[in-house]
Design a protein around this ligand. Structure first.
Ligand code: KIV
Length: 305
């Protein structure tokens, strides 16, 4: 049990404006030349921290299959698992736009199935937009007609890992660049509110960003996109493989957690935790009546953290 995790408990810790970020607000940010910050998050605590830090977009990415659930790729995660995490994120977030990733298989059949699954993310989990990978123009049109804001995702689309033959930078030839530009244009015309560009050369992302009225959000796509997104666990060093070239480590949560847990284990084994002052006590007369024999009090310095 934790007594510190009441939803909505406590004021946000930063002075960041609480004006809600919406999909139209992202387009306005592009018009104004403001850069969009985005991160993935998958649970209440980290989403709350990310939101309070003033990040504009929180994506409940299907990358959770890998960084939270330990799968080898993103393909195994289910709609129910994604809904479960999206609900947790939704409870934490007040300001950021909450986008739910549609998992592999949930929109790869008929358009009607795709719309029905997207409706679940909005209705059952409180997502404010869904993200889908690939140039699925017909589906984007249908989702837009169903009042569901959509984020597109082109370039290196991890759900196509088997078709791509691995995770490789995309759009490196004249022909594939032409195709990517056409796909981006088609998605924008079909109604996506913004477009994630992943694993494409900087020059290609810059060209597409200049061509579209909607904002692009890059990951491994260089600095010229309208916004940037990273996987939270990557930027916090909470992963167990060498990071990709585009990942910048902003913290070392892995070492922080490992060290704290080792100190805790050590304290427990030395009976240095909990101390008397970290214990509850009976009133004095009740202690006498009980005649309990606590271990002799040891004096332990509290470890500095
Ligand atoms: O699932 C995810 O984390 C993503 C981002 C990499 C954009 O799709």
């Amino acid at each position: 049990m934790s007594l510190t995790n009441f939803p909505g408990g406590g004021a946000p810790s930063t002075g960041t404006s609480l004006t809600k970020v919406t999909m139209p607000a992202l387009a306005e940010m592009k018009r104004q030349g403001s850069v969009i910050s985005a991160l993935t998050a998958y649970d209440y605590a980290t989403s709350r921290l990310v939101d309070e830090a003033g990040i504009d977009v929180i994506l409940v990415g299907d990358s959770l299959a890998m960084v939270v659930l330990g799968h080898e790729n993103t393909l195994a995660v289910t709609v129910d698992e994604m809904l479960h995490h999206t609900r947790a994120v939704r409870r934490a977030v007040r300001r950021a736009l909450v986008v739910a990733d549609m998992p592999f298989g949930s929109y790869h059949g008929t358009v009607a199935e795709g719309v029905a699954n997207a409706v679940r993310f909005i209705k059952e989990a409180g997502a404010e937009a869904v993200k889908i990978e690939g140039p699925r123009v017909e589906l984007v049109r249908a989702l837009t007609a169903a009042e569901i804001p959509v984020v597109g995702h082109l370039g290196l689309t991890p759900q196509s890992v088997h078709k791509m033959g691995g995770y490789r930078v995309q759009a490196r030839t004249e022909e594939t660049v032409k195709q990517l530009r056409a796909d981006a244009q088609a998605l924008a015309e079909a109604g996506v509110g913004s477009l994630v560009l992943e694993g494409v050369p900087r020059e290609v992302a810059a060209t597409i960003t200049a061509e579209l009225a909607i904002p692009t959000i890059g990951i491994g796509a260089g600095p010229d996109c309208d916004g940037q997104i990273l996987v939270l666990h990557d930027m916090l060093s909470l992963t167990f493989a060498p990071p990709a070239k585009f990942v910048r480590r902003y913290g070392d949560a892995g070492t922080l957690i490992r060290t704290a847990v080792e100190h805790y284990r050590d304290d427990v084994e030395r009976r240095a935790f909990p101390l008397d002052e970290e214990s509850y006590h009976l009133p004095k007369p009740a202690q006498v009546a009980l005649d309990a024999k606590p271990r002799a009090a040891k004096v332990h310095a509290l470890r500095k953290i």
